[in-house]
Design a protein around this ligand. Structure first.
Ligand code: S3P
Length: 183
C-alpha cells in the first residue's frame, strides 16, 4: 500500500458549544460524502441516555471518559473517511488533543461570545450551561479552553458573518492543501 493511502483524511471539527460544528459537519458530509460522525450523538446512542442524564447520573468525568474512548474507536476505523463533529469540551484532556491531530485535519470553528450565548440559550440540553448565569459560565469556559482549541487545531475559522456553505468552502480549500502537502 502506498504510504499516502494510510494517512487518515478525516476532517475533525472542534469549537465551543454553539459554534456551528453540527451544521458545518452536515454541509461537509453532503459535499464530500464522507461518513458523518457526531460524537455527542454516538455517546448518547451507546449509553442509551441523553447527555444531560449522563452528566446528572454519572458525572462529567464519566462523560469525558466516553469521549476519549470514542476518539480511540474512531481512530481505529481507517477503512473510511469521516467528518467528525466533536463536543465542545473534547479539548479539555491533553490526551484528546493529541488524539485529534492523529485523526485528521482539525478545524476550530470560532464564533463570537454573543453568538454563542444567543445560540446556546435556545435549548437546555447542554448541562454545563444550565446555570443561572450562562453568560458568565461561557466567558469562564472560553477563557480556559481557547488555548486548548488553538493547540489542537490545524486551522482556525472565524465564522462571524459567514453561512455554513461559505464556512465549508473555506475548510475544503484548506483541507485539500493540507492533504496534498502531508508533513
Ligand atoms: C460540552 C459540549 C456539548 C456536549 C456536552 C459538553 C462541553 O457538545 O458534549 O454538553 O463541555 O463544551 P456541543 O459542543 O456539541 O454542544
Amino acid at each position: 500500500m502506498n504510504k499516502l493511502e494510510v494517512i487518515p483524511k478525516n476532517i475533525v471539527l472542534i469549537g465551543f458549544m454553539g459554534s456551528g460544528k453540527s451544521t458545518v459537519g452536515r454541509e461537509l458530509h453532503e459535499r464530500l460524502g464522507y461518513q458523518l460522525t457526531d460524537m455527542d450523538q454516538l455517546i448518547e446512542e451507546s449509553m442509551g441516555k441523553k447527555i444531560t442524564e449522563i452528566f446528572k447520573e454519572e458525572g462529567e468525568q464519566a462523560f469525558r471518559d466516553f469521549e476519549t474512548l470514542q476518539l480511540i474507536e474512531i481512530a481505529k476505523q481507517t477503512d473510511k473517511r469521516h467528518i467528525i463533529s466533536t463536543g465542545g469540551g473534547i479539548v479539555v484532556r491533553a490526551e484528546n488533543r493529541q488524539l485529534l491531530k492523529k485523526l485528521g485535519y482539525v478545524v476550530w470553528l470560532h464564533a463570537p461570545e454573543e453568538v454563542i450565548l444567543e445560540r446556546t440559550s435556545r435549548n437546555r440540553d447542554r448541562p454545563l450551561l444550565n446555570t443561572p448565569n450562562a453568560a458568565e459560565k461561557i466567558s469562564q469556559l472560553l477563557a480556559v479552553r481557547t488555548p486548548w482549541y488553538q493547540e489542537a487545531a490545524h486551522l482556525k475559522v472565524d465564522t462571524a458573518g459567514l453561512d455554513s456553505g461559505e464556512i465549508a468552502t473555506g475548510i475544503l480549500e484548506s483541507a485539500r492543501y493540507h492533504f496534498s502537502h502531508p508533513v
